[in-house]
Design a binder for this molecule. Structure first.
Ligand code: 7TS
Length: 396
């Protein structure tokens, strides 16, 4: 059996999505900006796909949804545009992000810092959550932007986006959310949450890789990142990724249809896995289930290096993760575990299991068995864990 429990890194393309994309490679391959039949073949499917994306986040038709190549691009665009429009011009000098944003936000914020922008990295609490009042505490009259993710990719923690949106609106500060891990996991409504900018990425919700989007509220449009043409109303030049856009539209439609399933059935499987793993002594989960997206578990097994556990899982054909894939080749501790101030030895032991609507009960049962065996094996040879027979304390 091969088990894929790394859906927060990327997800399988839904077969209906694949089917919807297929005609746009060999048959309908025209450039949508051209003036012939090959081009017009793409117009209706593109329009329909865009409508599905707008509907999926409850955007108004006068708002802009600009297709990008990935969430990393959308996130870079927001921060760099804010720099050009507000910081470089001297109107403002400050942005706020959380300390557990994806590297595409953190590294960009650090880059802007090197250019003179002040950046506040908001802390998370002991449950791995950014508390809305901290946003209020750090906003000044020089704050241009608050950028807080909707769902954390490591823990699955859901951040209080509606409350933060309200605070930003009341203070007149622009608000961006990286909703990459929220789409298809919980209801996302840009109007209800007072969002000015929202990032998404198709491959996280069973769409294709290489296509993302940035939502921009009417009146809050950003300076383009890519100049050169009139595509996407001039906001993002470059020939449209027709198949990708059609795929993202279909994936969004499917994700919305599957939302109830995700929040009930996927959650049930996640809980089954979590209950079983928590029966193992000296095992910890940071964020309470009720405050997490339904598909994610970040769990620590005291005394076991995350990489060692991954090795055992991989040998048993189970895919999981110790942190985001972008960082998984470094033997670094998990950034969220560090941010909550976990003891150094625990920060190295976190393993992330992320499920999807394709995960089966059989796969979960197999994973439970493999993890239990791996814990026994690895603790028995661990130098930092005294294997404690029942009723005895471990040495840590
Ligand atoms: N934002 C968040 C919250 C993410 O989880 C990721 C990818 C990105 C942005 C970047 O997305 P992309 O479309 O540019 O690839 N996160 C992960 C992860 O958790 N493991 O691998 C990639």
């Amino acid at each position: 059996m091969r088990v894929y429990l790394d859906n927060n890194a990327t997800s399988i393309v839904d077969p209906h999505v694949f089917e919807a994309m297929e005609p746009f490679f060999v048959k309908k391959y025209g450039n949508p900006s051209s003036l012939h039949q090959f081009a017009s073949d793409t117009h209706k499917p593109l329009k329909e796909a865009m409508q599905k994306i707008y509907a999926g986040i409850n955007a108004k038709s006068e708002d802009s949804v600009v297709i990008t190549s990935c969430a990393t691009e959308s996130n870079n665009w927001v921060l760099k545009s804010i720099y050009f429009e507000y910081i470089l011009t001297g109107r403002k000098n400050h942005i706020i992000v959380s300390e557990v944003e994806h590297p595409s936000i953190i590294a960009t914020a650090k880059f802007l810092e090197s250019k003179g922008c002040k950046v506040t990295y908001l802390p998370i609490n002991s449950e791995g959550i950014v508390e809305a009042h901290t946003v209020r505490d750090f906003i000044t009259d020089k704050t241009a932007l608050v950028s807080i993710m909707w769902v954390n990719n490591e823990t699955g923690a859901i951040f209080p986006i509606e409350e933060i949106g309200e605070i930003c609106a009341a203070k007149g500060v622009l608000f961006h959310t990286d909703a990459v891990q929220a789409i298809g996991k919980l209801p996302v409504n840009v109007q209800k949450a007072n969002i000015d900018y929202l990032t998404m990425s198709a491959h996280k919700f069973h769409g294709p890789k290489g296509v993302g989007a940035l939502y921009m509220k009417k009146g809050k449009e950003l300076t383009p990142l890519l100049h050169g043409g009139s595509q996407m109303n001039g906001f993002r030049s470059g020939t449209l990724n027709v198949a990708g856009i059609v795929g993202m539209g279909k994936a969004m439609e499917q994700a919305i249809d599957a939302l109830d399933f995700e929040m009930s059935e996927v959650k049930e499987l996640r809980d089954r896995l979590e209950d079983a793993l928590l029966e193992i002594p000296d095992t910890f989960v940071v964020t309470p289930r009720a405050k997490r997206a339904a598909n994610t578990i970040l769990i620590s097994f005291r005394g076991i290096e995350g990489e060692a556990m991954l090795w055992d899982l991989n040998r048993a054909n189970i895919a999981a993760s110790t942190g985001s894939a972008c960082a998984s080749e470094d033997l670094e501790s998990n950034p969220v575990m560090e941010a909550i101030g976990a003891e150094a030895d625990l920060a190295h032991t976190a393993i992330r299991f992320s499920l999807s609507r394709y995960t089966t009960g059989e796969e979960i049962d197999y994973t439970i068995e493999v993890v239990k065996n791996a814990v026994d094996r690895l603790r028995a040879i661990s130098s930092s864990y005294a294997y404690a027979p029942e009723g005895h304390e471990s040495k840590l």
